[in-house]
Design a protein around this ligand. Structure first.
Ligand code: ATR
Length: 275
């Protein structure tokens, strides 16, 4: 076995993951010894894989669909934010074989927003969120942490939005999907966390004309980079931030823990991942 530190991303499907490109670029940029690979792992094989990876030289891993929730049961230590979100995307394998689990999606979301919209003030007004899936959970935790006074959620399947309100409390209100555009009247932060607008998915059909001109608008979809949702917001004069940066920034804490160097997310990083 080599002593070169290994990390990777565990998921299924995994072929289209951009994480190997991202971490490979950073390893190369900083001249670090290490490797980062895509690991296709089925749900049945998740525990066995996690137990075996450390003996193969793995010091950690990212976790993506469909394992983000399931992986929690195999972790020996879980950060507060991963517990709150109910999912993990970053693992560290300790020397004694114990697994430490964290969730950096909310961090990635916030770092992207702050980089793309430096004047954004979380306390300036409510945030409106389309969608109530796993990504929305991480984003809600991050927004609440940042001091957003009120979070309005609208989701096609309303009970899922209500479950988030029950979990995260008083600052959250729910609006019906057929009236989703109403939440835009007040919101100074607007976020699409649904898959609508992604290549191959359905279009985003909620009317956006009620969006405030001074709103900061972001989408977690990054394929295409400029989604119809962001194009509509841009036309209204809003500040827009695309979703690629969230993916790049969520990788930062893991890379730093595994390879000992805090990596930069800049234009060169974006280009490397897009190439
Ligand atoms: P993630 O973990 O990336 O958030 P997810 O948990 O599958 O993924 O959530 C996907 C989100 O996109 C959900 O809010 C989903 O709405 P439902 O809860 O009603 O399924 C939303 N979504 C997906 N397809 C949609 C569509 N055609 N119309 C409206 N919302 C849709």
């Amino acid at each position: 076995m080599t002593n070169i530190p290994r990390a990777g991303v565990i998921g299924n499907p995994i072929a289209h993951s951009l994480s190997p490109k991202l971490h490979g670029y950073w390893l190369n940029r900083y001249g670090l010894e290490g490797s980062y690979t895509a690991l296709k792992v089925t749900e049945d094989a998740l525990e066995k894989t996690l137990r075996e990876l450390p003996s193969q030289g793995f010091i950690g891993a990212n976790v993506t669909i469909p394992h983000k929730v399931n992986v929690m049961q195999f972790a020996d230590q879980i950060t507060d934010r991963a517990t709150l979100i109910g999912a993990a995307n970053t693992l560290i394998f300790k020397d004694d074989g114990r697994i430490f689990a964290d969730n950096t999606d909310g961090y990635g979301f916030m770092a992207n927003l702050r980089q793309g919209a430096p004047d954004w003030d979380p306390k300036a007004g409510p945030a409106a969120i389309f969608g109530a899936g796993g990504a929305a959970r991480a984003i809600i935790v991050a927004l609440a942490d940042a001091g957003v006074p009120e979070i309005i959620i609208s989701n096609r399947t309303r009970p899922k939005a209500e479950a988030l309100r029950d979990d995260f409390g008083a600052r959250i209100s729910v609006i019906d999907w057929v009236q989703a555009d109403k939440m835009l009247e007040e919101a100074n932060t607007v976020i699409n966390t649904t898959s609508l607008g992604m290549v191959g998915a359905q279009d985003f059909k909620v009317p956006l004309d009620k969006m405030r001109k001074d709103a900061v608008v972001t989408d977690i979809v990054y394929n295409p980079l400029k989604t119809p949702f962001l194009i509509a917001a841009e036309k209204l004069g809003c500040t827009t931030v695309d979703g690629l940066g969230m993916l790049l920034h969520q990788g930062v804490p893991g890379f730093e823990r595994w390879f000992g160097q805090r990596p930069e997310v800049d234009e060169a990083t974006r280009q490397a991942v897009l190439s």
